[in-house]
Design a protein around this ligand. Structure first.
Ligand SMILES: Nc1ncnc2c1ncn2[C@@H]1O[C@H](COP(=O)(O)OP(=O)(O)OP(=O)(O)O)[C@@H](O)[C@H]1O
Length: 693
């Protein structure tokens, strides 16, 4: 029986289904808790699991709600086999159809996660029951099954398929595909072979007299096409993950240091953040916040499906409440204010680690545009989406651009350019000029686009780097909607042009150095991990240089009074790089116009302050670009010359580079090496400020 997948309020299928599993009180060697509250009722409307259920409690913890909504709740009397039938079997089908699926158990300590996933030899858990099912299906269809067992401990992934624990390298290929180097796949022909491998792990540990580890444990079941050759012909994967128990790090009552508990919690938060972002359909999914999320990126990303099971004892501790609260947020995954607040904050634990942040997420944002303006924005979005769709089919291997200059011209031009397979963003921001440059890469689906918006108040370049995600109108509208405030704020205007965007340059007479840097960081924070863009950057001159030149060209053309602004001129300026010269017949005439050797004066029509701001903004971006480049390439000794980088961080940076060729693409990535936003700013101030000493 196929399960009806739950929908978000936007009518999308959820990437992550969230259910609870209540552990019987009798089977509960409890973690001592000063206070607890019993689950008083589980409300299941019509008993239909496709509708959200509410879990209510008797007594309340400070800050807790009366009830929490989840997709479903399995109570004590409901067996593991029932969960298999209702939840896992539909996922197994998707795996045999070529997708990946994940079953993740989270919860406080001793909440029954291992019992549920692994079970015992007497009472097999979900992974074992699933394996049984998958082995029969594989046999019927002529496929093979192989298994990887892993553990993630202290931000290191280990292969635990045999006694000798080996570290696994999580490598990110050029296309962003994750390779788990060193993780073995053991070919499995029968359930007993699987059990031996899976249950053998605990025995080995006991024999060695090792204390039970606090780690995340996973088993990945691979379906492959061809016999014993497990290295190729992969169809899909089913990944079971038994997360380490969540525990408030302030308790320190279990022999673990606060640092270790914090590390474990941090990786739990990181995974929860990813699941939240997936369900909220956010443009940026923070896979890079922990080793666990990096390693599971390919498994977790859409269109793959994940089942998150929140394990709860009947008597809830504060830790269980906390996990339930977070699970409920992931389940709802549609709170705009929450999503925006997350975007504006920093750090791995920023969105869900503290009650203050939770409050912030619920605080409505300071909305600058009126509802009428928003409606107009939505209208514009739909219109632009149509243009993107009509144009992308024709722009393979080309670079297109358009210009919209002033309200009337803007409309005319956009129509004209649409006809010529060009795009113009229909936009009037006071006396704005809007330039859209869409740059295609090898595949039609992977198109990078850039927008430059200028008006009398401000100018900034917006880089939009994932057209694939724009293919659904819901998605595009959501994203635009989300970033509307940011753009309104930045341009001091009521409407916004672009979405899913990274503000990489801004000259604004309201900005001072600090504000500029902050904006840069926030803009960077919006960037989607886009391998297409990365690939472009690897073969092209540094981004900062390209942007600077691009901006100079555009400004010089805009500001030359005897040279009216035309699409052709923009295009000429935008075709600085030979590999991107457009093939379009209409726009070859001035394609050889080169970028001027030196920058054209920026001060035509601008106040001295604005001109100064423009230069200073460019300088900043360029310096930041160089700084990141240094982090991506310098050797350990040179890295240590930087403020804030000691032996440990330098070693970690070098390790990160082994996993991913360019780990620092934006300032925000420095948080991966444990730096706070304040520290990052301090470091930059020190390094860039030193130039003037
Ligand atoms: N549904 C259940 N029925 C019977 N016993 C259970 C059930 N769930 C858990 N238990 C028992 O409760 C104890 C703790 O469960 P388990 O080890 O699965 O918790 P855990 O959440 O994995 O713990 P940790 O956070 O330490 O990893 C075990 O002795 C287990 O056998």
């Amino acid at each position: 029986m196929e399960t009806k997948l739950p929908m978000t309020s936007h009518g999308r299928e959820k990437a992550v289904r969230v259910v609870a599993r209540i552990k019987p009180s009798a089977a509960y060697p409890s973690v001592k808790s000063s206070s607890s509250s019993a689950v008083s009722s589980v409300h299941k409307p019509n008993g239909d699991k496709s509708e959200a259920v509410s879990i209510s409690f008797g007594a309340q913890f400070p800050g807790s709600k009366d009830s929490y909504k989840l997709d479903y709740c399995y109570e004590e009397h409901e067996t593991t086999s029932l969960i298999l039938t209702m939840e896992i079997k539909p996922l197994i089908s998707t795996v045999f159809e070529g997708k990946d699926a994940n079953v993740i158990a989270h919860g406080a300590r001793c909440s029954g996660k291992t019992h549920l996933i692994q079970g015992s030899e007497k009472e097999p858990g979900l992974a074992v029951l699933t394996m049984d099912e998958m082995l029969s299906m594989a046999e019927e269809r002529g496929y093979s099954i192989s298994v990887s067992v892993y553990e993630v401990c202290n931000e290191t992934v280990y292969d635990i398929s045999d006694e000798e624990k080996r570290a696994v390298s999580v490598l990110e290929g050029a296309q962003g595909k994750i390779q788990l180097k060193g993780l073995s796949k053991v070919h499995v022909k029968s359930l007993s072979e699987f059990k031996e491998l899976y249950f053998g792990l605990k025995k080995t540990q006991k024999l060695k007299g090792e204390p039970p580890l606090r780690s995340h444990r996973g088993v990945m079941i691979h379906v492959t096409t061809n016999g014993s050759n497990v290295s190729s012909g992969s169809i899909g994967r089913m990944n079971f993950l038994d997360l380490a128990g969540y525990e408030d790090s302030r308790k320190q009552n279990n022999g673990l240091g606060p640092l270790e508990i914090t590390r474990i919690n941090k990786s739990i938060y990181a995974l929860q953040n990813v699941m939240y972002s997936l369900n909220a359909n956010e443009s940026h999914v923070p896979y890079r916040e922990s080793k666990l999320t990096r390693m599971l990126k390919d498994c977790l990303q859409r269109p793959n499906r994940t089942l998150l099971i929140t394990c709860l004892p009947r008597e809830l501790s504060q830790d269980s409440f906390y996990m339930l609260n977070l699970a409920s947020r992931i389940c709802l995954g549609n709170n705009r204010a929450m999503a925006n607040a997350t975007k504006k904050s920093y750090g791995p634990a920023r969105s869900i680690s503290s009650s203050s942040v939770a409050q912030r997420r619920q605080t409505p944002l300071n909305v600058t545009a009126s509802s009428k303006q928003r409606t107009e924005l939505r209208g514009n979005v739909s219109e632009r989406k149509i243009k993107l769709n009509t144009s992308t089919s024709a722009i393979k291997g080309r670079k297109l651009f358009g210009e919209a200059n002033g309200s009337v011209k803007s409309k005319n031009n956009s129509k004209k350019m649409e006809g010529k397979e060009m795009m113009a963003v229909k936009k009037e921001i006071f006396t704005s000029k809007v330039v859209l440059n869409v740059q295609s890469s090898a595949s039609e689906e992977e198109v990078c686009s850039q927008f430059i918006v200028t008006d009398s108040q401000s100018s900034f370049l917006v880089k939009e780097n994932s057209v694939p995600a724009l293919s659904s109108s819901n998605n595009l509208q959501d994203t635009l909607w989300k970033h509307e405030e940011r753009f309104s704020e930045a341009t001091n205007c009521v409407d916004a042009v672009a979405c899913k965007a990274q503000i990489v340059e801004r000259d604004d007479n309201r900005s001072d150095a600090e504000e500029g840097l902050t904006l840069f960081c926030e803009g960077e924070n919006l960037e989607k991990e886009n391998t297409n863009l990365l690939a472009n950057e690897i073969t092209s001159p540094p981004l900062s240089l390209r942007l600077q030149e691009l901006s100079n060209n555009l400004k010089s053309i805009c500001n030359t009074s005897n040279q009216p602004s035309t699409p052709e001129k923009y295009q000429a300026a935008l075709t600085k790089y030979p590999e991107q010269v457009p093939e379009h017949g209409d726009i070859t005439a001035e394609a050889e116009l080169r970028t001027p050797e030196r920058s054209m004066p920026l001060n035509v029509g601008f106040s001295p302050w604005k001109t100064f701001s423009a230069h200073s903004s460019k300088l900043k971006n360029s310096a930041v670009g160089e700084y990141l480049k240094f982090l991506n390439t310098a050797d350990k000794e040179d890295l240590k010359k930087l403020k804030g980088i000691g032996e440990k961080r330098a070693t970690y940076i070098v390790e990160l580079r082994q996993e991913s060729p360019e780990p620092f693409k934006k300032l925000d990535d420095l948080k991966d090496i444990g730096l706070s936003e304040k520290q990052i700013k301090g470091m930059l101030r020190k390094e860039i400020g030193d130039i003037f000493q």
